[in-house]
Design a protein around this ligand. Structure first.
Ligand code: AMP
Length: 418
């Protein structure tokens, strides 16, 4: 038997209803805040990700599904959505009429990480991006939307962590003091951190190895090195969150694994998912549109880990076993042909319907109706056809009524609402 690929999963009926509920809630909220859906391809040229995510990140170094196609072009299954949305924004000049654009997209991402609970090789994200706004109010709006979504879904144990990554003006100063600190704890850092320290010391702050975390306890805070404008924007963000009653924690160690981030960076964490504690992450990536060949326009956004959100969302109120309205049981070929037409008419009228298309006894058809937990069974045979009426049986009360075939759908509808 051919099995699923490791780290991939099926989302089966019975589970999918919760995914649908979350998706509907998120889409309604994002649309109310002026975001428009954008659908981007699942595969892009590898170069798009190496240039935007950065060569010395875990994603690019070891996690991408990359392969040459038949002509030898290097292609990659998208590990995240932002790079593609930026490519699309530039390629279709979506900034031409108005640089301020808000997009969302929902779909699968692919990273070849070691699978464990909350970490998959195909996982799903809900992404939102705001282009063309350099004020931290846009970052505050994104964090507010996240907090609102989690609260609408009754997800309680979550906390917003925020930090600033500075900008190309002030970050070099911080990198210098960070490097000085890192050389004092060099022996305690893992080999990845030692290698990255020279090229991208900020990434060391992100390391998940416990010994590295411990070694970094006294690390200097980037917030002490911010230039006046970055400092002002960080204050705007914090004030806005306070006015919106969104609790937050300032986390000096919070950096994003991707090179294109600047200024506001944030993560929503939970205590309920063990090691994989981030449910959503995001921040400002002012340099990326230009880096990918577009105009110098700012941008900010977030990605929610959909799979993790599903694990956190209580499924109360999710109807994952909608009861069948009618099971149609037909006896004989002529009845079955008519029953088939009626089933289609019921379906069109919004009445959930099933029928047995085989030539089975009434007893076995009634068994199937019970298996479906049908509310009613409609019974039709030669005798009923002669009399111009069918039998509608209420499966709970066992009451039976005779219904004229003339105007059947309307007649049945009237019975169902009784
Ligand atoms: P990132 O694009 O790395 O900032 O991730 C954004 C969010 O996606 C994270 O906060 C996680 O919730 C989720 N996520 C990232 N990688 C995975 C994965 N391998 N499996 C499941 N969820 C993931």
């Amino acid at each position: 038997m051919i099995q699923l690929i490791r780290g991939f999963k099926d989302i089966l009926p019975g589970e999918v209803e919760l995914w649908q509920k979350i998706e509907k809630t998120a889409v309604a909220l994002l649309e109310d805040f002026g975001f428009k859906e954008i659908r981007i391809p699942i595969m892009e040229r590898t170069e798009l990700f190496t240039r935007s995510i950065g060569e010395d990140t875990d994603i690019v170094e070891k996690e991408m599904y990359t392969f040459p196609d038949r002509k030898g072009d290097l292609l990659t299954l998208r590990p995240e959505a932002t790079a593609s949305i930026v490519r699309s924004y530039i390629q279709h000049k979506l900034y031409a009429k108005d640089p301020v654009r808000k997009f969302y997209t929902i779909g699968p991402m692919f990273r070849r990480e070691r699978p464990q609970k909350g970490r998959y090789r195909q996982f799903h994200q809900i992404n939102a991006e705001i282009f063309g706004v350099d004020s931290a109010l846009a970052d505050a709006q994104l964090i507010f939307i996240l907090a609102t979504l989690f609260s609408r879904l009754s997800v309680t144990d979550v906390e917003s962590h925020i930090n600033s990554l500075g900008c190309p003006v002030c970050r070099p100063n911080f990198k210098k003091s960070l490097n000085e600190f890192l050389s004092t704890v060099k022996d305690r850092l893992c080999s990845d951190c030692n290698r990255r320290q020279t090229r991208n010391p900020l990434r060391v702050l992100d390391c998940k190895v416990p010994a590295c975390k411990e070694a970094l306890e006294e690390v200097p805070s980037i917030l002490d090195s911010l230039c006046p404008e970055c400092h002002r924007q960080f204050e705007i963000l914090k004030n806005a969150l306070e006015r919106l009653n969104v609790p937050y924690v300032v986390d000096k160690r919070l950096v994003r694994g991707l090179d294109y981030y600047s200024r506001a960076t944030f993560e929503v964490k939970t205590g309920l998912l063990g090691a994989q504690d981030a449910v959503a992450g995001g921040g400002r990536y002012d340099g990326l549109v230009k880096t990918l060949g577009g105009p110098d326009l700012p941008a900010t956004g977030f990605a929610i880990g959909f799979d993790r959100l599903v694990e956190l969302t209580p499924d109360s109120g999710v109807d994952n076993a909608r009861q069948l309205d009618i099971f149609v049981a037909a006896l004989g070929e002529k009845s079955r042909a008519l029953a088939f037409e009626w089933s289609c008419a019921f379906g069109l009228a919004g009445i959930q319907v099933e029928m047995d298309m085989g030539d089975r006894s009434l007893k076995s058809q009634m068994k199937r109706a019970n298996k479906f937990a049908a509310k009613h069974t409609l019974i039709v045979g030669e005798k009923e056809l002669e009399q111009g009426s069918v039998i509608l049986r209420n499966m709970a009360t066992k009451d039976q009524v005779s219904i004229p075939i003339e105007g059947l759908v309307e007649n049945v509808k009237a019975q169902l609402t009784m």
